[in-house]
Design a protein. Sequence first.
Length: 277
Amino acid sequence: MTSIPNLTMNDGHTIPQLGFGVFQIPQDETQVAVTTALEAGYRLIDTAQGYRNEEGVGAAIAASDIPRDELYITTKLTNSEQGYDKTLAAFDASMAKLGIDVLDLFLVHWPLPMFDQYVDTWRAFEKLQADGRIRSIGVSNFEPEHFERLAAETGVVPAINQVELHPQFPQTELRAYHEAHGILTESWGPIGQGKGLLEHEQIQAVAKAKGRTPAQVVLRWHLQQGFVVIPKSVNPERIRENIEIFDFELDGDDLAAIAKVDSGERLGPDPKTFAMR
Ligand code: NAD
């Protein structure tokens, strides 16, 4: 079975470099999808309170005979539960749904700067980590200005920032900020959310030359940039295809061809203005 390398975060904990995302998988399909992923060799599962499928993830964990310490579970605080006390309560609710005692990684899902609660929220994350209930604490969709505020007002630098990132929107400046501040980069929407990236002629050409699929080429690109990457699929063949990316390498010409795909355009919302809760 494919063995997935670990990356080390600024808190000393490690995270598998490839995981399985479950955004938009209905609750009643989630256990089967996660079980298929675990059987294929995935160990990191990326869910969120907002995905409304944490129970399905928990059912797959309970049904699996993989030791808990070999699994890596991420969930995210949903936007409506930001604030110190609400965060603590929402965390307990997630843990009950997931059926686990200690969470590997908890993320603030969106900064929502217009509501000005992410600093208080982060203080609750720090408490949960200090209490031993979460190994690593991180954020999602944060921009440098949000990190600067956390640094000025709180104590712990987030271990990771999960952001929209793929060859069409490679986040060059944000990645440089992460590197300068010891924050790991995790890519969401890594294969372009089924919105045309895999059909791009540059990606198709590299895939053909390498004898791999477009999804494998793009996922390999993430690995070679040092990102954690969490593709989603409910199709068992694609779930297996998306993990078979550790036995080939993209060379300089391949990377140059993939760089031409950059359009500078997001597929998802802009974190500075996204206000849904
Ligand atoms: P993705 O880029 O992983 O695309 C998933 C889609 O790609 C699938 O629905 C399917 O249509 C297609 N696909 C999957 N495998 C394929 C293959 N081998 N060949 C062809 N097509 C294939 O998009 P995503 O699900 O949005 O992102 C991945 C994960 O990132 C999510 O499941 C979730 O866990 C996380 N995420 C986080 C945020 C956030 O705000 N933090 C936002 C979106 C997603």
